[in-house]
Ligand binder design. Structure first.
Ligand code: AMP
Ligand code: MG
Length: 337
C-alpha cells in the first residue's frame, strides 16, 4: 500500500466569514491501494463525507483490475470480442480515448498486459526480454479498441486498466457527491491527487503542497487553488530497482518499457480530475518538449514539471500561484507562443 499525502490544508486563524472552522469534518479511507483523506466544512459536511466515501468504494468496485467481481476484470476476462459495458465505464473510456488521440497515444489504457508483465500490478517485478516486449505490444494499442455508445470491441488478448485515470475520475465524483449533499467547502486528497470544492471556509484559496519527487516524503512547492484538481504523476510513486537501474510504473506505449523521458514528476491543474489524471500520465511519457507542444496546442490545464536536471517548469497561468520551497533553483515559465 502506498501512503501518499501531499496536501496540507492550512488552519484558518481569522474568524471565518462564511462557515465556522469548528464545522470541519474529516474522513480517512483506504481504497484503490491508497490512503485517502476527505475534509469538508459546514452543516452538511458529515453526511456529505459519508456519501463521497460510498461513491469512492462504488467506483473501486467497477474499476479494480484485480478484483474478480469488478467490471474491468469481467472485461479483461470476456469470452467474446464484443460486449456491453456500463455507462460509467463507457464514459471513462471515452474520455481516455480522447486524450489518447490528443497525446498521440502517450496515454493508453490498453497498456495493461505490459504493465502486468513488468510486475506493477502483481508485485512480481522483472524486466521482460525484448522479444517478449514485442509480443506484448502486439496486444496493445488504443486504436485497435472500438467503443460505440456502450458497445466495446476488444481484440483477443487485449486488456484495459484505468490506473492512469481512475483516481482523477474518483476525485470528480467524490466532489460531486459532496456538492450534491450541499457542501460548499471541501478538499479531497486521494493519495496525492487533490481535488478542491470551492474555497476554504474563509473565502481564501486552498494551499496545496506538491510532493518533492526526490525527497518524496517532503514537498517542494505550494500552490493556491480553488475549485480545481491537482494531479501528479511520477516514477517515485511505484518503481523497482534492478542492477542499479530504476524502473517506474508509467509505460511508454511505443517501447513497452518504463517512460524515460527526463521527467521526475509532472503535476496537472485543471477543472476536471479525470482529464488532469490522464494528462499527467501522458505528459510523463511525452517529456518536457512533448508536454510543452501539447499545452501550446490544446491548453485547458496548467502544469508544474520537474526534470531530472532539477529544473522546475511552470505554465504561465499559475506562475503567481506557485511558490517553490524546495532546493530547485529558479522556476522557468512555459509561455503560450
Ligand atoms: P498515474 O499515476 O496516474 O500516472 O498512473 C500510472 C498507472 O497507469 C500505472 O500504474 C499503470 O496502471 C497505468 N499506466 C502505465 N502506463 C500508462 C500509459 N502510458 N497510459 C495509461 N496508463 C498507463
Ligand atoms: Mg494519471
Amino acid at each position: 500500500m502506498i501512503i501518499l499525502l501531499s496536501c496540507t490544508v492550512q488552519g484558518c486563524e481569522k474568524k471565518s466569514l462564511y462557515v465556522p472552522e469548528d464545522t470541519k469534518f474529516e474522513k480517512n479511507i483506504i481504497a484503490m491501494d491508497t490512503y485517502m483523506t476527505l475534509t469538508a466544512y459546514g452543516e452538511e459536511a458529515e453526511q456529505g463525507l459519508e456519501q463521497a466515501a460510498d461513491r469512492i468504494q462504488e467506483i473501486e468496485q467497477v474499476f479494480s483490475v484485480t478484483d474478480e467481481t469488478s467490471e474491468i476484470y469481467q472485461i479483461n476476462h470476456r469470452t467474446a470480442q464484443e460486449m456491453e459495458v456500463s455507462e460509467e465505464c463507457a464514459k471513462v473510456l471515452e474520455q481516455a480515448l480522447e486524450i489518447s488521440t490528443q497525446t498521440g497515444g502517450a496515454f493508453d489504457v490498453t497498456m495493461y498486459p505490459v504493465v502486468r508483465e513488468w510486475g506493477f500490478t502483481t508485485g512480481k517485478y522483472r524486466v521482460p526480454g525484448e522479444e517478449e516486449i514485442q509480443e506484448l505490444l502486439s496486444k496493445t494499442g488504443y486504436e485497435k479498441l472500438s467503443l460505440n455508445h456502450r458497445t466495446l470491441t476488444l481484440q483477443e488478448g487485449m486488456e484495459i486498466d484505468f490506473g492512469g485515470i481512475a483516481k482523477g475520475y474518483t476525485g470528480d465524483e467524490a466532489v460531486a457527491a459532496l456538492k450534491k449533499a450541499g457542501v460548499e467547502h471541501a478538499i479531497v486528497n486521494l493519495g496525492g491527487n487533490i481535488q478542491a470544492l470551492g474555497d476554504r471556509p474563509d473565502g481564501t484559496a486552498w494551499n496545496v503542497g506538491i510532493r518533492d519527487p526526490i525527497q518524496s516524503e517532503e514537498m517542494f512547492g505550494t500552490l493556491q487553488v480553488s475549485n480545481q484538481a491537482v494531479v501528479t504523476s511520477g516514477a517515485y510513486e511505484r518503481y523497482f530497482e534492478e542492477n542499479g537501474v530504476v524502473y517506474g510504473h508509467i509505460m511508454n506505449p511505443d517501447t513497452g518499457r518504463p517512460a524515460d523521458n527526463g521527467i521526475l514528476s509532472v503535476t496537472v491543474i485543471g477543472d476536471k480530475g479525470i482529464i488532469c489524471d490522464a494528462l499527467s500520465t501522458a505528459f510523463f511519457v511525452l517529456g518536457l518538449e512533448g508536454t510543452t507542444e501539447y499545452w501550446q496546442t490544446y491548453g485547458g490545464c496548467e502544469i508544474i514539471l520537474v526534470t531530472e536536471e532539477k529544473q522546475v517548469y511552470v505554465t504561465e497561468g499559475i506562475q503567481d500561484k506557485f511558490q517553490l520551497t524546495g532546493d530547485y533553483g529558479e522556476v522557468i515559465c512555459i509561455k503560450k507562443e
